[in-house]
Structures are given as structure tokens and as C-alpha cells.
Write a protein that binds this ligand. Structure first.
Ligand code: CAA
Length: 698
């Protein structure tokens, strides 16, 4: 076993160093090493104080998540913490990087915390569907107060070191060498002769809430209102409240019981699946370490519309200079003005400082004419969704782009191979499908064409991560992974309202499942004319949606769509006129209307998408089921605590899903709803999608 914990004596201070790359997770070997090193330091009379530090890029980023679900191996993190608390000499945590979860709990067991600049400290367990299980819910409130601890634990968001200093979580900020500063601090503490006080014995920050808990309860209600359907946030509230209602040890025992129950539950399993799936999505079979991403220093975006502007902002946000080009001065000026307005709004809301807004704006240079992309290492075309136009631009890029530049198209439907063939360098061409608003939405589908060179693909993935996106590889097909599945939901939602469900009933069922909004509210938000135009170009129809568009009801932008909107408001209100229009359409098409329950709505909203996902997987368009889950969680608001469509399907059971799909295929007369080959096969073998690991995928 690698030596993950080492000790060194700095005169009278023992420095215990954890070295367990990549993130110093507190796995079994680390815990064992810590218990041993602490016992040695405790017994050594020369040692007057102890520093616990980490090598590498960060202090411990938490418990080792890969150990969850396996039998626990002693010593536990609680044993390590008990050992620290029983040492009887000053113990200082020297923290840097991302001090998270069990890492912060370890630091909270120490008497003092010294932090390097840039450290972020937090308890993100709620994001994995659990709560801090090693005393975090009891110790953090004792240090920073119940309400601040509640906000930190329920949101899971880490706090910057500056705030941690103000709130008393960090005792000293280390300028210069962290170890030197922590050793000096430890020595001072030992020399001062002041009695040592453990966090567990503190009560000063709890007394106010114990006297009057109304502010705490109000804050808890506001936090939970945004976490409907999720178990972990409610458990976090309960645990933090225990900090000021129960004695420490009872609070600790209750925290442990809540932690165990959550860890064994479906929601945590789903969230841990998404955590690992997101990281797995970066690993592309066949792209070993020999394939190096190309250097990207500057970028260019073609098309200063909503999408192009949003994409340019993604680059500026992370400090990459970007040229935004358009064909004429007027659209370019409009695009630049929108970007400026967006940054000013963010600054006004306090999201960034106005100096930061200025800095980002300076990184975006607007230019007229495609010749201005010449210096860019990556060029992203984001013009209107028209094949001829895109092919013309890519043909022009041959003359303008420097050799080796990655040429990306932000298409959501068009054939990336055909676009690539318009150039003399199809190996440099791929799709980068951003989601609207591009500067906000995390998902990025990276579309690999038949001719795309491995290092061009690696570059797009690396750039995606640099601009804070979650990139997922997709093969070429109509709609790629996400929209191809979404199309199935659109067809079914139109059918449901023709068969008798009200749009608001469909939306309510989908929201109750955990999506932020239902298909009809989403259609109104995106604009119904977009789909209408696409349908017309493909000779397709959707009776209700087409009728709404013909009546000028394009959604929120026209004040009415499936719903009515009061001037300036975004709250959808059911519209009796739409109900009449739908009933008339049902009658015209000879569709008998009936009452439709929530269970049927949910099955018909989700199962046809899962069926399409099975085809996407079988065709190799998606590399693995987890990639599809990541697409839906980050691009379409699938509740992460349900793990994405593939994980959810495995949870429901594929035989059940296959049976329901067969039923709906008969009921609707739509043969495409019959279970796809892969789904049928896995169902017959009593397997799940998780077992389907296509050849070559990691
Ligand atoms: N356990 C095991 N592996 C972990 C891990 C953890 N806590 N945190 C990260 N990793 C792994 C990742 O899976 C990844 O592995 P691969 O390279 O094989 O894909 C590797 O470490 C690097 O991680 P990232 O790619 O995420 O690196 P990053 O620099 O982008 O982010 C990070 C670093 C901010 C620490 C991020 O990894 C993260 O948020 N980790 C999870 C933190 C967390 O949730 N901690 C709480 C754990 S639960 C707990 O502590 C319970 C308790 O109360 C005892």
C-alpha cells in the first residue's frame, strides 16, 4: 500500500501530511495512517503541537466516495476525529484548495484552521444526496452559527476563504508558505498556555438561535421550498436544528442515523451515479494519453445572435480572448450591446464586480467579416440553422482559418459530416452544440463527425471543460442525443392533449416528477415558431402546435401560446380558448377524449424517450448510458436525484418499461413506441442499461 500519510518533526511540531492524489480523499489507508500518526505524535513528549496538512492540489476533498455502498472498514472518519480531539495538544489544520465534506469535518475537529489564499471550504454532501456524516452538522453551527451553517449545508456551496475568515471558520490566512504559517501558529498556540477548546464544547454561537429559533425556521422553509421532492436537504435541516436542541453527542448520533438512511437510499445512489457519470463522460475510448489536445489561446465565434453572443461570453468568462464576427456592422453592434447588457445586469445583481464585467467585455472584440477569425485556435460558427449557409461559411474558413484551428459548428440538427465536407480539412471539423442561454446552461454536446481527427475532438472536450461546461460526445444523427429524445416527448405531449389531458395537467405531472417546467411551459418559453419552422421545412405537422402558430400564438414573446401571459409576466395561465382549440382539433381528427391520470402522463412523457435512448445507445451515437443521463440532467433539467433517464429506467426495471411501451404502441397505433431492440434484449435478460458497456467504452 502506498504511504499516503507521513509525519515529520519540525523541532517541537509534528507535521502530518496526507498525500493521496488526486484529491486526498479520506479513504481507508488515509484514515489508518492518520490514526497511527496522531497516536505517535500524542505519545512523543518532544511534540508540543500538531499540524495536519495535505500534499498536492488540495486539502482533503471529502470521504472517498468510491467506498460508499461497500462494507465500512475501521477506523472510520469518526475514529480519526476522536483521536484528534483526544490528543491534548494544539492541533492545527493547514488547509488549501477545496476543503470539502469529510475534509472540512476533519479540519473542524482540529483546534485551529490556517488557510492558504484561494481556499474554498464547504460541506457539499447534499449534492450527493447525503448529509455531512462525521459531525459537520454539529460542529459547523458551533463555529459560524446555526443560520449560516444551515445555508452552507443545505446549498452545499463552498465558501471562499475570505468569508470563512470573517465568520471565524478560519483562524488565520497564510500569506506565503502554508506549512510555515501553520507551524508558526501551532507553536504560538502551544506557547500561549491558553486552555484548548474543542469545537464540540462551544456553545457561544448557538445560544441566540436556542433562545429564538424563528429566523432559523424561516430560513429553513425558504431553502427547502427550492428542493421539492429531495430527501437530503430536509435531513440537513433536521440535523442542524439538533445542534441547538440536543446535547452534542446526541446530535452526533442523530446525524449518523440520518446519514446512514440517506446513503442507502435511491436518491443518493442516483446522485452518486451522476457524479461519476459526469467524470466518465470525459473519457473517450481510443483517445489515450498519446492524443494531446491542441493549444487554445484565442477563440472566434461567427454570428453575433443570441447563441453566438452567449458562446463568446463563455470564453470571456474564463479569460480567453474571443473575436465575435458578423456580416454587417448593425447585427454586430446589436450582439455586442446585448453582451454588455448581460454583464451589466449580472454586476448589478452582485454576481460579479463591475471591474470584472469590464475585464470580460474587453476580452470580446467585435469585427465585421469572417476574415477576422484568422488568429483563432478554435472557431465556433453559430449562424442560422441552414445547411447552405453553414456550408458556405465552412468553405470560406479554408481561406481564413489558420492551419490546425478547430472548426466547430453550433448546430442542433444538421449533419456535421456534410458541413465538414464543405472544407478541405474535415478532420478539424466537429459540432459543439450549446444550449440556450449558452452562457448559463452547462451541457455541451460535442459532435464527432466521421472524419473528425482524435486531437480535434480532444481539443473540443478540453475547451468545453475550460469554459465550465459539461461536455458529452455524441455521434452524428438528427437531433444528436438530447433533442432526438426530446422529439419523442414532444410527439407524445401533443398526443396526450388531443386524447384529453389539459396542457397544465401534463406540465404539472412533469414538474411533480422533478423537472423545472413541463413541455408546454417550456415550448412557450422557447418560442413555438421555432419548431413550427423546422416542421414546415421537414414536411412534418403537429396539429395543436401548428394551429397555435397559425393564430399568432408563439408563446411568451407574443403574450400567448399554450398559455396566456399577463403583460411583462412569465407566469403561465390556462387559457379557455386553447382548451376549445384543442377540443375542436380532437374532434376534427376523430380522436375520442378521455380522462388521463398522472401515471399515464409520466409514462408517456418518459418511456418513449428512454426507448429512443436505447436506440441511440445501440447505434453508438452515445458512448454509454451514463452519457445520456448527463445530457438530460445538465441540458434538460432532468432531476439529478432521479439519476437521468437510463438510471431511472434501471430503477423502474426494463421489463416493466418494455411492457408499458408495448401497451402504448397498441393504444396509439404508433409502432415506433414498441420497445427498441436493445431495450427488449436487456429486459428479456433481466439486465439494466448499466450492464450495457458498448465495445471500447470505458
Ligand atoms: N472520493 C473519491 N474520488 C473523488 C472524490 C471523492 N470525494 N472527489 C473527486 N474524486 C475523483 C474524481 O472522480 C476524479 O476521478 P477520475 O480522474 O478518475 O475521473 C478525480 O478525483 C478528480 O476529480 P475532478 O475531475 O472532479 O477534479 P476537479 O479538480 O474538477 O474537482 C473537486 C475537484 C472539487 C474536489 C471535485 O472532485 C468534487 O467536488 N469532489 C467531490 C467533493 C465531495 O462531494 N465531497 C464530499 C464527499 S462525501 C463526504 O465527505 C461524506 C462525509 O461526511 C464523511
Amino acid at each position: 500500500m502506498a504511504n499516503v500519510v507521513s509525519s515529520a518533526l519540525e523541532r517541537d511540531v509534528a507535521v502530518i501530511t496526507i498525500d493521496n492524489p488526486p484529491v486526498n480523499a479520506l479513504g481507508h489507508a488515509v484514515r489508518q495512517g492518520l490514526v497511527g500518526a496522531i497516536a505517535t505524535a500524542k505519545a512523543d513528549a518532544v511534540v508540543k503541537a500538531i499540524v495536519i496538512a495535505c500534499a498536492g492540489r488540495t486539502f482533503c476533498a471529502g470521504a472517498d466516495i468510491t467506498e460508499f455502498g461497500k462494507p465500512a472498514k475501521a477506523p472510520s472518519l469518526a475514529d480519526v476525529i476522536n483521536a484528534i480531539e483526544g490528543v491534548g495538544k494544539p492541533v492545527v489544520a493547514a488547509v488549501h484548495g477545496t476543503t470539502l465534506g469529510g475534509g472540512l469535518e476533519l479540519a473542524l475537529a482540529c483546534h485551529f484552521r490556517v488557510a492558504a489564499p484561494g481556499t474554498r471550504l464547504g460541506l457539499p454532501e447534499v449534492k450527493l444526496g447525503i448529509l455531512p456524516g462525521a459531525g459537520g452538522t454539529q460542529r459547523l453551527p458551533r463555529v459560524i452559527g446555526s443560520e449560516k451553517a444551515l445555508a452552507a449545508i443545505v446549498s452545499g456551496e463552498p465558501m471562499p476563504v475570505e468569508q470563512a475568515l470573517t465568520d471565524g471558520l478560519v483562524d488565520r490566512s497564510a500569506e506565503g508558505d502554508l506549512a510555515v504559517a501553520a507551524i508558526a501558529f501551532a507553536r504560538e498556540a502551544a506557547a500561549s498556555g491558553k486552555p484548548l477548546r474543542l469545537v464540540r464544547d462551544r456553545d457561544d454561537r448557538l445560544a441566540a438561535t436556542r433562545g429564538d429559533r424563528s429566523a432559523f425556521d424561516k430560513a429553513a422553509a425558504a431553502l427547502l421550498a427550492r428542493k421539492q421532492g429531495q430527501q437530503a436537504p430536509a435531513a440537513c435541516v433536521k440535523a442542524v436544528a439538533n445542534a441547538f436542541t440536543l446535547p452534542f453527542d446526541e446530535g452526533l448520533a442523530a446525524e449518523r442515523a440520518l446519514f446512514r438512511a440517506l446513503l442507502d437510499g435511491d436518491q443518493s445512489r442516483a446522485l452518486r451515479h451522476i457524479f461519476f457519470a459526469e467524470r466518465e463522460a470525459n473519457k473517450i475510448p481510443g483517445l489515450g494519453p498519446a492524443v494531446q489536445a491542441r493549444d487554445v489561446v484565442t477563440a472566434a465565434v461567427i454570428g453575433a445572435g443570441t447563441m453566438g453572443g452567449g458562446i463568446a461570453m463563455c470564453f470571456a468568462n474564463v479569460g480567453i480572448p474571443v473575436t465575435l464576427v458578423d456580416t454587417a456592422a448593425e447585427p454586430l453592434a446589436r450582439g455586442m450591446a446585448t453582451i454588455e447588457k448581460n454583464y451589466r445586469n449580472t454586476a448589478a445583481r452582485g454576481g460579479i464586480t463591475s471591474a470584472e464585467a469590464d475585464r470580460r467585455l474587453k476580452l470580446i472584440t467585435g469585427k465585421v467579416g469572417n476574415e477576422n477569425v484568422a488568429k483563432a485556435d478554435i472557431i465556433i460558427e453559430a449562424v442560422f440553422e441552414e445547411m447552405d449557409l453553414k456550408r458556405r461559411i465552412f468553405a470560406e474558413l479554408d481561406a481564413h482559418a489558420k492551419p490546425g484551428a478547430v472548426l466547430a459548428t453550433n448546430t442542433s440538427t444538421l449533419d456535421v459530416d456534410e458541413i465538414g465536407r464543405a472544407t478541405k480539412r474535415p478532420g478539424d471539423v466537429l459540432g459543439m452544440h450549446f444550449f440556450s442561454p449558452a452562457n448559463v446552461m452547462r451541457l455541451l454536446e460535442v459532435v464527432r463527425g466521421k472524419a473528425t481527427a482524435p486531437d480535434a475532438l480532444a481539443t473540443a472536450m478540453a475547451v468545453g471543460r475550460r469554459i465550465a461546461k459539461v461536455p458529452v460526445v455524441s455521434g452524428v444523427c438528427y437531433g444528436f442525443i438530447g433533442n432526438r429524445m426530446l422529439h419523442k416527448r414532444s410527439v407524445e405531449s401533443e398526443r396526450l392533449i388531443l386524447e384529453g389531458a389539459a396542457p397544465e395537467a401534463v406540465d404539472a405531472a412533469v414538474v411533480a416528477f422533478g423537472f423545472p417546467m413541463g413541455p408546454f411551459a417550456m415550448g412557450d418559453l422557447a418560442g413555438l415558431d421555432v419548431g413550427w419552422r423546422i416542421r414546415k421545412s421537414r414536411g412534418a405537422t403537429a396539429a395543436v402546435a401548428d394551429a397555435l402558430c397559425e393564430a399568432g400564438r408563439f408563446g411568451q414573446k407574443t403574450g400567448k401560446g399554450y398559455y396566456l401571459y399577463d403583460a411583462g409576466l412569465r407566469t403561465p395561465k390556462p387559457d379557455p380558448e386553447v382548451a376549445k382549440l384543442i377540443e375542436a382539433t380532437s374532434a376534427r381528427l376523430g380522436i375520442k377524449r378521455r380522462a388521463i391520470g398522472d401515471q399515464e402522463i409520466i409514462e408517456r412523457m418518459l418511456y418513449p424517450m428512454i426507448n429512443e435512448a436505447a436506440r441511440i445507445l445501440d447505434e453508438g451515437i452515445a458512448l454509454r448510458p451514463g452519457d445520456i443521463d448527463v445530457v438530460w440532467v445538465y441540458g434538460y433539467g432532468w432531476p439529478a436525484w432521479r439519476g437521468g433517464p437510463m438510471h431511472y429506467a434501471d430503477h423502474i426495471g426494463l421489463p416493466n418499461i418494455a411492457e408499458r411501451l408495448g401497451h402504448y404502441a397498441k393504444q396509439t397505433g404508433d409502432a415506433t413506441l414498441a420497445p427498441a431492440a436493445l431495450l427488449s434484449r436487456l429486459a428479456a435478460e433481466a439486465k439494466g442499461f448499466a450492464s450495457h458497456n458498448p465495445k471500447g467504452a470505458a
